[in-house]
Design a protein around this ligand. Structure first.
Ligand SMILES: NC(=O)c1ccc[n+]([C@@H]2O[C@H](COP(=O)([O-])OP(=O)(O)OC[C@H]3O[C@@H](n4cnc5c(N)ncnc54)[C@H](OP(=O)(O)O)[C@@H]3O)[C@@H](O)[C@H]2O)c1
Length: 326
């Protein structure tokens, strides 16, 4: 089969379409013929040699796909050959075929095309597990989403509004902020022009944000604590602004605040299956009802993976970038 490999770490041109041995489904897995794969920031880090796959996982990049089940591994009874699915992966998605543990499979939601379903697994599982399962965002609370126009951000805005929370976003341009507003964000902060702490306090009558979903990391740590409400929960899922920051414990303690950091890819299959099951129960009906939608910025052929990475790194996109196979 054809797959994207990384013979030598480097820039987007390090991604090479190669003929490799096709995987087979092991017990408890299915083999999926890939229709499309989502492009994630983690893939760009893997390409540069900064984010190796977990031990035993495919070296081929790609953390999510959509496609059609081609074969069933031993003991798989709940899925059939020909089912249209999307899936969360630990790797291997930039390929014509990928093997998937059954706990990480989801049906393609009603109303979503087979290709665009590839935009869902990573962002929905990340947002649901962090904002809802871990930070326990409640109706009437305020969520601050950094990078509102990112793949993650576009899903976080929609899901938070669906549970009746208020949403404040940061983004780096007026066009991106407008896209966030269309998705339901109520307070828009251009982080290149305004101080988000001031804007959050102003918008919440000095209370602060109950939950912050952060992709910046170190650079925002102290300002995020300043923007938190009493009993607020700061969930860090990205390190685009560095890994080492200074935390004022007194400030956190006086707010009875929590700082949590998580990573989805390295979680054991059992934990991923729990998240996927929760997503299927709580989010899939919202998508099927048309109340939450995948936001797809562009679709590139698999062979043009380098162009897709260039586009992601240029950061002009809103939502997800996909690689389409075939
Ligand atoms: N821990 C996990 O399990 C997990 C899972 C999935 C994703 N992630 C992380 O989540 C982040 C988003 O992923 P993605 O795939 O959705 O990425 P993406 O679509 O490439 O978006 C990245 C975004 O970061 C924004 N950004 C950069 N600096 C910013 C700042 N100082 N303030 C606000 N926004 C800023 C960019 O917007 P501008 O160009 O406007 O700055 C861009 O929209 C990444 O860091 C990724 O590694 C973590």
């Amino acid at each position: 089969m054809k797959a994207i490999t990384v013979p030598e770490f480097g820039g987007p041109d390090a991604l090479v379409l190669t003929e490799v041995e096709a995987p087979t489904a092991r017990p408890g897995e299915v083999l999926v013929r890939v229709a499309a794969a989502g492009v994630n920031r983690a893939d760009t880090l893997q390409r540069q040699g900064h984010y190796p796959p977990p031990p035993g996982e495919s070296e081929v990049p790609g953390l999510e796909v959509s496609g059609v089940i081609e074969a069933l591994g031993e003991g798989v009874e709940q899925w059939a050959v020909g089912d249209e699915v999307c899936a969360l992966l630990a790797g291997g998605g930039y390929a014509e075929l990928v093997r998937v543990p059954v706990g990480q499979l989801l049906p393609v939601p009603e109303g979503v095309s087979l290709v665009d379903a590839a935009a869902l697994p990573e962002v929905v599982c990340t947002v649901w597990s962090n904002v809802f399962l871990i930070a326990n965002l409640q109706p009437g609370e305020t969520l601050l989403v950094h990078g509102g126009s990112s793949g993650i951000g576009t899903m976080a805005i929609q899901l938070a509004r669906q549970v009746g929370a208020h949403v404040i976003v940061t983004a780096g341009s007026e066009a991106k902020l407008e896209a966030c507003r269309e998705l339901g964000a109520e307070v828009l902060v251009n982080y290149r022009e305004d101080d988000f702490v001031e804007r959050v306090l102003q918008a919440t009558d000095g209370v602060g944000a109950d939950v912050i979903l952060d992709i910046v990391g170190a650079k925002y740590l102290s300002r995020n604590v300043s923007a938190l409400a009493t009993s607020g929960r700061l969930v860090i899922i990205g390190m685009q602004g560095g890994t080492r920051g200074e935390l004022d414990i007194a400030a956190l303690l006086s707010k009875r605040g929590a700082v949590i950091a998580t990573s989805l890819r390295a979680r054991p299959a059992g934990e991923k299956a729990t998240i996927v099951a929760a997503v299927r129960e709580h989010v899939w009906p919202l998508i099927a009802a048309g109340r939450v939608q995948p936001v797809v910025h562009s679709r590139h052929p698999l062979a043009d993976a380098a162009a897709a990475h260039l586009e992601l790194e240029a950061s002009g996109h809103v939502g997800k970038i996909l690689l389409v196979t075939g």
